[in-house]
Design a protein around this ligand. Structure first.
Ligand code: ZN
Length: 318
């Protein structure tokens, strides 16, 4: 008989910590989230997570030994599969032994930790826009540009668990901006939300509020502001170029695009589609479809759970 025990799923990001229980078919049963506290040290932050886990288990009236395991997505970089995490947006944790600490907390339960963008992709392939397809690129376009790759129905890990870093595929080596990775003209340097805002402001966009975000920019674009439209279009073109390259390299069927910026709709997706069609010319590559991610705010939890519940496809770590 199939194992009917739920998995504990955890999603660790710079803005929120979330935890929930996910049943074997991928449905989130119960979940809670708290804002990621700032200004804490490593142990204080761990205690916040520890308390959140306790609340979820208590609410669901489940003891750790009634779980099949724990999957956790975290911002990177990390040592994989060891699960030593150093999330860029969480300075308190530098090589924090998250996997080991979770295993201790949960009485030796199987625990698996992976990059949060990888978890989003696993979720989209398992239960979202890539369901039923064998070759899928998932992308998360927000403060950064992350991604992951499923080929022949399995998550591709690469030599160090880092396959799928589409954000650092080069789309404009000559005139593109410098990238945080040290390179130049990477997709992320052009299409990450803050880069769009910076570009638009340099072009003369004057938002109403001081700390304007890409969401405000998309809002102005929807109202017809020409610089905002140009900024979204620039990001869309860059995405299309990167997707065309990835499609030719990997013979993809579907590309799912999630993250905050994917909410911009046609302002982003129309220029994306246009540049994709310009650059993806080989017959097989023309068949690729680009779709918005189908899972909403719980995608991170569903994907984290997939590391345990669908490990044959989404975990090759150990
Ligand atoms: Zn880069």
């Amino acid at each position: 008989m199939a194992d009917s025990r739920p998995a504990l799923a955890i999603d660790i990001g710079g803005t929120k910590l979330a935890a929930g229980l996910v049943e074997p078919a991928g449905r989130v049963l119960t979940w809670l989230q708290v804002p990621t506290p700032a200004g804490l040290d490593a142990e204080q932050l761990w205690r916040t997570l520890d308390a959140l886990i306790g609340q979820v288990l208590e609410r669901a009236e489940v003891a750790p030994d009634a779980l099949v395991g724990c999957g956790c997505g975290s911002g990177g970089p990390m040592d994989w599969p060891a699960g030593l995490v150093s999330p860029l947006n969480i300075p308190a944790w530098r090589r924090f032994p998250l996997r080991t600490r979770l295993a201790e907390r949960l009485g030796g339960l199987p625990v698996r930790v992976h990059n949060d963008a990888i978890c989003m992709v696993a979720a989209e392939h398992w239960r979202g826009a890539g369901r039923g397809r064998r070759n899928v690129l998932g992308m998360v376009v927000s403060t950064g540009v992350g991604g992951g790759l499923v080929l022949d129905d399995r998550l591709v890990e690469g030599a160090s668990g880092n396959a799928g870093h589409i954000g650092h595929v080069v789309v404009d080596p000559d005139t593109g901006p410098d990238c945080a990775c040290g390179g130049r003209g990477c997709l992320e340097a052009i299409a990450r939300g803050p880069a769009l805002v910076q570009w638009a402001q340099a072009e003369g966009w004057r938002p109403d509020q001081r700390d304007a975000t890409a969401k405000d920019l998309a809002g102005d674009g929807a109202l017809g502001h020409p610089i905002a439209i140009a900024a979204m279009s620039r990001a869309g073109r860059a995405l299309g170029i990167a997707i065309a390259s990835a499609t030719c390299l990997c013979d993809l069927e579907v590309v799912s695009v999630g993250g905050g910026l994917s909410q911009a709709g046609p302002l982003l997706f129309d220029p994306l589609e246009e540049s994709l069609r310009v650059h993806a010319r080989l017959g097989f590559a023309r068949n690729v479809t680009v779709v918005p991610a189908a899972l909403g705010q719980n995608a991170g939890l569903v994907g984290a759970a997939a590391l345990i519940l669908a490990a044959d496809r989404y975990w090759a770590g150990d």
